[in-house]
Design a protein around this ligand. Structure first.
Ligand code: LLP
Length: 436
């Protein structure tokens, strides 16, 4: 993965830094990000659009991993940013991300979140539903403020590619239905409103998708509708946002394309369809999250207790688990790992990696080949960069691990380890009613 390799003393090294040294310096569990790999992904997406001569915005979906340092990196690489909540927007603003390149998503944005987006003059609000559409129109009218919007639509795809293409199907909580007239009603309303500047349509068909069929089908469906509305409503879309969802390789079972290949096939399809339908080529926007940061993240744990269940399995417990990586418990997600301090040693047994939470479901990996591990060995779990830190939690009052960026032989702490005091920062003492 990226700059990861094994150094001369048999330790896993990332970004030119020995991970065993990192574990000693910052403690475990620890999230380590390979900055060079994030930059490489960002550049590959941008370059692909450039080389195909297509106007584009690559908006990093910050839900995958949002911290001030990460947003600064995204800004340095010149990408746009997708935020889905007041909290993600606040992080972007604090990181001084240019607000005109922020796209605001969400299926239930509150009035205060919309006001925040208008206050900061975000580049675009992706309107999801009628409640939001009317509320936003009302707020803009009150403030005499114009805003650029995209309408999020559900293309109604039942693609037979991969199970995770489920958010694009008709029965979804997101977006205006493209097939039954909802999207057309929304567009008709929006284009008549003097404060809403409708740039075009958005769809996101799902996540961790390996095939391009779904993306192409979605693009085709949206463009066909746009051609219809071009005639009936005289509406011309300048933007087509095809969302994120490009799959990555967690284990050998996964066979993704390169991030660039998804984009190339998407662009080809949009070109073919716009020509066929007699439409102008719109700007193409995408929103990669996982494929930007997933394999750039590695989590380091210390090995602790073991339990042997004779003839069944051996449990090896680490000092983190579902609090720093919810994905195995939530999605049955699979990961690969090695002992970072003994990276060259032959694997001699298959073990189950358990977390430290009071839950039987708190298992990180069920079948992991490893050399025989001892307490204080460092376990490195790969591909934890997306939806790891961002879905971390304090179950069992376990503090969140810190985040370290590594690049060119140096490491930098970008999120501090949570302390026990941090866990209590919002707690107030109970005061008996008679004394209040
Ligand atoms: N755009 C929209 C509108 C989305 O809803 C999402 C993800 C993305 C972009 C980015 O998708 P990506 O490129 O990361 O696949 N927590 C789950 C993933 C949930 C994805 C939600 N939406 C996981 O850990 O697998």
């Amino acid at each position: 993965y990226g700059t990861a390799n094994i150094n001369e003393i048999g330790h896993l090294e990332i970004g030119g830094v020995d991970t065993v040294t990192l574990a000693k310096k910052y403690g475990t569990p620890l999230y380590v990000y390979d900055v060079a790999l994030i930059r490489k992904r960002a550049r590959a997406f941008k370059k692909t659009f450039e080389s195909m001569g297509v106007k584009a915005q690559v908006a990093y979906a910050s839900k995958a991993f949002s911290t001030i340092a990460m947003i600064q990196l995204v800004e340095e690489e010149g990408l746009s940013l997708d935020v889905v909540s007041g909290g993600e927007l606040f992080t972007a603003i604090k990181a001084e991300f240019p607000s005109e390149r922020i796209h605001f998503h969400g299926n239930n944005k509150s009035e205060s979140e919309l006001l925040m987006a208008l206050d900061y003059h975000v580049g675009c609000i992706v309107v999801d539903n009628f409640h939001e559409l009317y509320l936003l129109a009302q707020l803009c009218e009150q403030r005499k403020q114009e805003v650029k919007v995209l309408l999020r639509v559900t293309p109604g795809i039942e693609a037979h590619t991969h199970d995770y293409i489920l958010t694009g199907q008709e029965d979804s909580k997101f977006g205006f239905d493209l097939q039954n007239g909802q999207a057309e009603d929304a567009l008709t309303y929006a284009i008549q409103n003097q404060y809403l500047d409708v740039l075009g349509l958005h769809c996101h068909i799902g996540s961790q998708i390996f095939e391009t069929t779904g993306f192409k089908l979605a693009a085709k469906k949206l463009l066909e509708k746009l051609a219809e509305w071009n005639e009936s409503l005289l509406f011309e879309a300048s933007v087509l946002n095809l969302g994120g969802g490009f799959g990555i390789r967690y284990t050998d079972e996964d066979a993704p394309l390169s991030p660039e290949s998804y984009v190339v096939e998407m662009i080809d399809e949009v070109r073919i369809e716009t020509e066929r339908l007699g439409l102008a080529l719109p700007e193409i926007w995408i929103e990669p999250g996982r494929s930007m940061v997933g394999d750039a993240g590695t989590t380091l744990y210390s090995v602790g207790s073991q339990k042997d269940v004779p003839n069944i399995r051996k449990y090896l417990a680490v000092d983190g688990g579902m609090t720093d990586n919810l994905r195995p418990a939530l999605y049955d997600a699979k990961y690969e790992a090695i002992l970072a301090n003994r990276a060259n040693e032959k694997t001699t047994e298959t073990v189950a990696i358990a977390g430290k939470c009071c839950e039987s479901g708190d298992m990180l990996i069920w079948d992991l080949p490893l050399p025989e591990a001892a307490p204080n060995d460092i376990l490195a779990v790969f591909c934890t960069g997306a939806y790891g830190y961002s879905m971390s939690n304090n179950y069992n009052r376990i503090p969140r691990p810190p985040v370290v960026f590594v690049e060119n032989g140096t490491s930098q702490l970008v999120v501090k380890r949570e302390s026990y005091e941090d866990l209590l920062r919002l707690d107030l003492s109970y005061v008996e009613k008679s004394q209040v």
